[in-house]
Design a protein around this ligand. Structure first.
Ligand code: PEP
Ligand code: MG
Length: 319
């Protein structure tokens, strides 16, 4: 099967009936960007769907200057040429502590001042980052899509969109990783150009399960019906409003889940670049209609293993 997947390595990312899906790479550094871009072309990897900018500054003691940030962002954008790059503003806190942004004394950091919420205590971090991103974009080449993590309310989405647009960012989005945001995806989508579902945190917060606790992995499973339901609800809102809905959590890298997500109407899937060929291969074996049937089967199941099994039963038998 590995040979078969490799033989498809230059095939475009579409379903068997030609429905296109953007397959994108998750990156955290300029080196990641170089690697993902160099190994692929625009047909097979359409760009980056999640640039985790906090990774650039994990070891920094002081907030990076606008100029330091601009250099990193410009280099990552340049690596992808004119391919799409979705940049996430700093997601500091909880599992991603940054010395200059994280509050030291939180009892429940996953429920605390993390992601977009850091703006409440360090507003200049976000404004500097947006300035640096707009400056990097001003150098030509691809225009980044910019999204904020950990958005929970319409007011937050509106405030972020206003700040990003005022800084000169053309395409503004938010991540859907808090159940409150998924439940109200329609309202939030009215404020922005796109959303991207972070299934790692969406599962954590939906299932009240710390994403770092391996012994609770069964609860964190993105095939949990409640998590699938929230993903489906978000995808439906995107379809109704005609706006892109991506998935950039680990679940996008599972070929079986990728089929379900496409069936739900998700328009892009972002994953570690090594996972792209297997996902592309699975997509190319199935029509959009088959993906939709798989999505119905998954949503109709009352537990994760039955959801998976329901999808496996609909897989195209391979010659
Ligand atoms: C997610 O939460 O699914 C996500 C993509 O963001 P991160 O893993 O960086 O929190
Ligand atoms: Mg997240």
């Amino acid at each position: 099967a590995a040979e078969e997947i490799l033989a498809h390595d230059n095939a475009p990312a579409t379903t068997a009936d030609g429905h296109g899906v953007d397959l994108l790479a998750n990156i955290g550094t300029v080196a990641d960007a170089d690697l993902a871009a160099a190994r692929t072309d625009a047909r097979t990897v359409a760009g980056s769907g999640l640039f985790r900018t906090e990774v650039l500054f994990l070891n920094a003691q002081q907030a990076p200057t606008v100029e330091e940030q601009r250099r990193e962002y410009a280099a990552a954008l340049a690596a992808f040429g004119d391919r799409k790059v979705v940049v996430r503003t700093l997601d500091a806190g909880a599992d991603k502590p940054l010395a200059f942004a994280t509050l030291p004394d939180e009892e429940n950091p996953a429920l605390g001042v993390r992601g977009y919420r850091v703006r409440r205590v360090h507003p200049h971090l976000l404004s500097d980052q947006l300035t640096a991103l707009a400056d990097a974009a001003g150098e030509g080449g691809t225009q980044p899509w910019v999204m904020a993590p950990m958005i929970a309310t319409v007011a937050e989405a509106r405030a972020f969109a206003a700040d990003a647009r005022a800084a000169g960012i053309g395409t503004v989005g938010i991540m859907i990783e808090v159940p409150a945001a998924a439940l109200r995806a329609r309202d939030l989508l009215h404020e922005v150009d796109f959303v991207s579902i972070g299934t790692n945190d969406l599962a954590q917060y939906t299932m009240a399960t710390d994403r770092l606790r391996g012994e609770l992995a069964d609860l964190l499973d993105p095939w949990q019906p409640a998590v699938l339901e929230l993903v489906a609800q978000t995808a439906r809102a995107g379809r109704e409003l005609g706006k892109p809905v991506g998935v950039c959590g680990e679940s996008a890298a599972d070929p079986l889940m990728a089929l379900v997500l496409v069936g739900l109407g998700v328009t892009s899937l972002s994953m570690s670049s090594g996972a792209v060929p297997a996902v592309r291969f699975a997509l190319r074996q199935h029509t959009l209609e088959q993906c939709q049937a798989m999505a119905r089967a998954a949503l109709g199941a009352d537990d994760p293993s039955r959801a998976r099994r329901g999808v496996v039963e609909l897989l195209e038998p391979r010659a």
